[in-house]
Design a protein around this ligand. Structure first.
Ligand code: GLN
Length: 487
């Protein structure tokens, strides 16, 4: 059942929130041992919360648009008194003293938080194999990765453990796992969803966004968590967009451009795109054209440099953000003779290999003498990407690309080759660098029978038309992405 219909049934008194939550807890008890989508299932708190939602209905009140709907949170969102690990040993034992703004908004909307999902350590990765707590498996094929870094949130939705979850996306961490698990994943406009209480990876790129089994449910969740928040200085002064209200407007007359450089075509395009992924993209473009959109090739030339710029900017910001994990204020402490040795021992024991790699890369890129050559240059590339997008959006309302170059890859295949792993994000990174919204919509399967995602990109605050195109793609692909999981 969709989140929309679950909420409607609770609001009307037809179903109890407790019943819905118990059903999902049973699904988790059944499949979680194999999938490992969660770092923590908050069973008791979820049941108590469900009872409070039911009490509101019993008293004639309306709990809100997400009444009784289970939502899972990526484990980098602060939950008061509830462990928040970021998939890292360094936060061992830490319980945040406050709730993230998204948690408060979910509460106000009547949702029931059901647990914290597994992730690549500090959101660094594309496969969820960098979690200190072991990998998450892809529910569509448990020999494959679910993508990352929000792999647990994607897998939880794909496996039917929860209808909705939240992830964070710094370079693709919502969209790529959504594509690999066959669900909908949205990275909103930078500043559209508050980052207050999201443990920072790269602050100028991080955004929270929804996972769902269909486009309407993703719209429902984004509407509930978006909107200005004075507690986040980068929050944009805009209220949550109306998405559900525009979903059925179609794409008649919208101009859609297929970005050649990141879809494996054109003379200057990147290579490495699987032919089956390219075929699904071509079919998606045809579906939009059949629905009345004007679809053409588009060029956003500097997107090919996005990956290189990102892997300087993101580690640079991370090296600064992660300096706070020093054994003094949060979680783990490994004692030593003096403070400096204690800091080093704690960080040596607490951080995994990929996090250490990023901290070293970032520290190097920011060091005196190299700053201009690396960080400064990357910021210039970022500006070029922003300008190229601005130019493209003079001719187009929306842009299109694959979400990821391939379907889900085997567990273990890329762990020892960081460069190969980083290449997963070539299509998703440009939107983070530009601060633009983009979403992944399931569109058929590859030759291996695994899901393919198509990415719809829009200019800042272009979520309404982005969702309209997503709804058309979903209908063309055969309805709700998760229909085979719906009961
Ligand atoms: N996979 C990318 C990285 O490792 C993006 C991660 C993210 O979006 N959090 O940095």
């Amino acid at each position: 059942m969709s989140a929309l219909s679950l909420a409607a049934s609770v609001r009307s008194g037809e179903r109890s929130a407790r019943g819905i939550v118990e059903e999902h807890l049973a699904a988790i008890a059944d499949g979680e041992g194999e999938i490992h989508a969660f770092n923590l299932v908050t069973t008791d708190a979820a049941l108590e919360r469900a009872d409070r939602v039911d009490a509101v209905v019993a008293q004639g009140g309306d709990p809100g648009p997400l009444a009784g709907v289970p939502v899972a949170l990526k484990d980098n969102m602060c939950t008061r008194g509830v462990p928040t690990t970021c998939g890292s040993l360094i936060l061992d034992g830490w319980r945040p003293p406050y709730d993230a703004t998204v948690v408060e908004r979910l509460d106000a909307a009547g949702a029931v938080i059901i647990g914290k999902t597994n992730m690549d350590e500090f959101a660094m990765g594309s496969s969820t194999e960098n979690s200190a707590f072991g990998p998450t498996l892809n529910p569509r094929d448990t020999t494959r990765v679910p993508g990352g870094s929000s792999g647990g949130s994607a897998a939880a939705v794909a496996a039917g453990f929860t209808p909705l979850s939240l992830g964070s996306d710094t370079g693709g961490s919502i969209r790529q796992p959504a594509a690999l698990c066959g669900v909908v994943g949205v990275k909103p406009t930078y500043g559209a969803v508050s980052r207050y209480g999201l443990v920072a990876f790269a602050s100028s790129l991080d955004q929270i966004g929804p996972f769902a089994r269909n486009v309407a449910d993703a719209a429902l969740l984004l509407e509930a968590v978006a909107g200005h928040d004075p507690l986040d200085s980068t929050s944009i002064p805009v209220s949550a967009p109306d998405l559900l209200g525009v979903l059925d407007r179609g794409v008649e007359g919208l101009r859609v451009g297929i970005i050649e450089e990141i879809s494996g075509s054109g003379p200057t395009g990147l290579e490495g795109f699987a032919p089956d992924v390219q075929s699904r993209l071509a079919e998606a473009a045809e579906a939009l054209a059949a629905a009345g959109a004007v679809v053409e090739k588009a060029s956003v030339p500097s997107t090919v440099f996005g990956l290189s710029a990102y892997y300087v900017i993101a580690p640079a910001e991370a090296s600064s953000n992660l300096a706070r994990f020093d054994g003094v204020r949060f979680g783990l402490r490994v004692d030593a003779e003096n403070t400096v040795d204690m800091n080093a021992a704690t960080r040596t024991a607490g951080f995994g290999d990929e996090v250490k790699r990023r901290i070293m890369l970032g520290t190097y890129a920011l060091s005196a003498g190299y700053y201009d050559a690396y960080y400064g240059k990357s910021q210039k590339v970022r500006t070029l990407i922003v300008e190229d997008f601005a130019r493209a959006y003079q001719s187009f309302d929306l842009l299109l690309s694959p979400t990821a170059p391939t379907t889900a890859f085997p567990i273990g295949e890329k762990v020892d080759d960081p460069m190969l792993m980083y290449l997963n994000d070539v299509c998703t990174i440009p939107s983070n660098l530009a601060g633009h919204p983009a979403m992944s919509v399931p569109f058929g399967v590859g030759d291996d029978g695994l899901p393919v995602g198509v990415q719809v990109l829009a200019p800042a605050n272009g979520e309404p038309s982005m969702f309209r195109a997503a709804a058309v793609l979903e209908a063309a692909a055969g309805g709700s992405a998760g229909s085979r999981h719906d009961s």
